[in-house]
Design a protein around this ligand. Structure first.
Ligand code: 9Z3
Length: 346
């Protein structure tokens, strides 16, 4: 038992924080999914999506949240499926999901394009139909949704808290290590940097009687390091870096690659994320130097990275949503190309 804020290593984190109760069961299903995909010769990508929460109480009433609607993850999962990958879609409960995202209750509620026909004809039950102008788009989405279900190439997992996320990520990564280079990790979830260890959480709702609220949170361990070194075996790992200050995006992306030694960091600015991203990766023939956590990337190391910018035009508001180009389409084309080269390397 401890009460002071600490910096946890990943190992200490998992030794002191409890796993979600359904973890074992979830992982057995993931194992079956991976083994079937391996037999059928598919590459498998783990897509993480949506924001994690950090509960402030054990009987949780209040929590800290990370911004993410889940658009990046859900959209990318669809393009991976189209490219022939099997997808483990690990997402925040109630965030967007592949296929159903096209009919989100807030942007395109499906009840708005259903019609009730034949209500006036006595004796015959009314028929529900789809508004003719919406049929072609619905048919496209539905056809792919049904095909993916029939092939069994999409497996969905749900998290809410950063604790659920960390336990699931570790377990799924370990399971995927059997695929070695054929596994890809696409870490688009918005993950909290801070958390409150359960040992310091109030059991019941925090009361307001004492005036202002002061909470000191610990740092979430940097899990990319053990993910690269221990949990996975030669998987192709892509992380995302989100910033709101343009000047930080490239230095932070390069520092992450330097420190963790994975394959790609995709940098995105909060406000331009739908139209512009930058892939940062190591130049061929360079290798990461061991650097202590928190150390900045030195100027010399800057030469070892390459940047690849992807941009699409900002769509005109008059273009119907289903005709708008999605940047994830180009992101996935580029990643599939890089992953294919990675798989064929020995
Ligand atoms: C991202 O940067 C995602 O692209 C977004 C997608 C969260 C911006 P939406 O779901 O947004 O389409 O609304 N994800 C990673 C964010 C993150 O937490 N990255 C960590 C960091 O920046 C590193 S793993 O430190």
């Amino acid at each position: 038992m401890y009460s002071e804020p600490t910096t946890f290593s990943a190992e200490e984190y998992f030794a002191t924080q409890l796993p979600p109760p359904t973890l074992q069961h979830e992982i057995e299903r993931v194992r079956e999914f991976i083994s079937r995909q391996a037999k059928e010769g598919r590459n498998v990508v783990l897509v993480t999506s949506g924001g994690t929460t950090v509960p402030l109480e054990l009987n949780v009433v209040r929590f800290l949240d990370n911004f993410s609607a889940g658009t990046r993850g859900a959209t990318s999962a669809e393009y991976f499926l189209k490219a022939g990958y099997a997808v483990i879609f690990m997402h925040r409960q109630f965030s967007l999901q592949p296929f159903s995202r096209h009919y989100s209750h807030s942007t395109n509620p499906f009840l708005d394009f259903l019609e009730i026909d034949g209500v006036d004809q006595e004796g015959s039950p009314p028929i529900v139909s789809v508004t003719p102008s919406k049929r072609a788009d619905l048919l496209d989405v539905l056809t792919m949704y049904k095909a993916v279900h029939a092939e069994g190439t999409l497996h969905t997992l749900t998290f809410v808290t950063v604790n659920d996320y960390l336990w699931l990520l570790r377990a799924v990564s370990q399971e995927l290590s059997v695929l070695e280079r054929k596994a890809m990790f696409y870490l688009a979830a918005a993950v909290s940097d801070f958390f409150l260890p359960r040992q310091r959480m109030s059991e019941h709702k925090i009361q307001s009687g004492k005036g202002s609220l002061h909470i000191e949170m610990d740092q979430v361990p940097k899990i990319l390091k053990p993910m690269v070194d221990e949990w996975t075996k030669d998987g192709f790992i892509v992380s995302f870096k989100l910033e709101t200050d343009d000047n930080l995006l490239l230095p932070k992306a390069k520092a992450a690659l330097e420190r963790y030694g994975h394959q790609v960091v995709i940098g995105n600015d909060l406000h331009r994320r739908k139209y512009e991203v930058v892939f940062v990766s190591r130049k061929a023939g360079t290798s990461p130097r061991a650097s202590p956590p928190g150390s900045p990337t030195s100027a010399a190391n800057e030469d070892q990275f390459e940047e690849y910018w992807l941009r699409i035009p900002i769509p005109d508001a008059s273009i119907p949503p289903h005709q708008v180009k999605e940047i994830e389409e180009d992101i996935i084309v580029e990643l599939v190309k890089r992953h294919t080269a990675w798989v064929s390397r020995t």
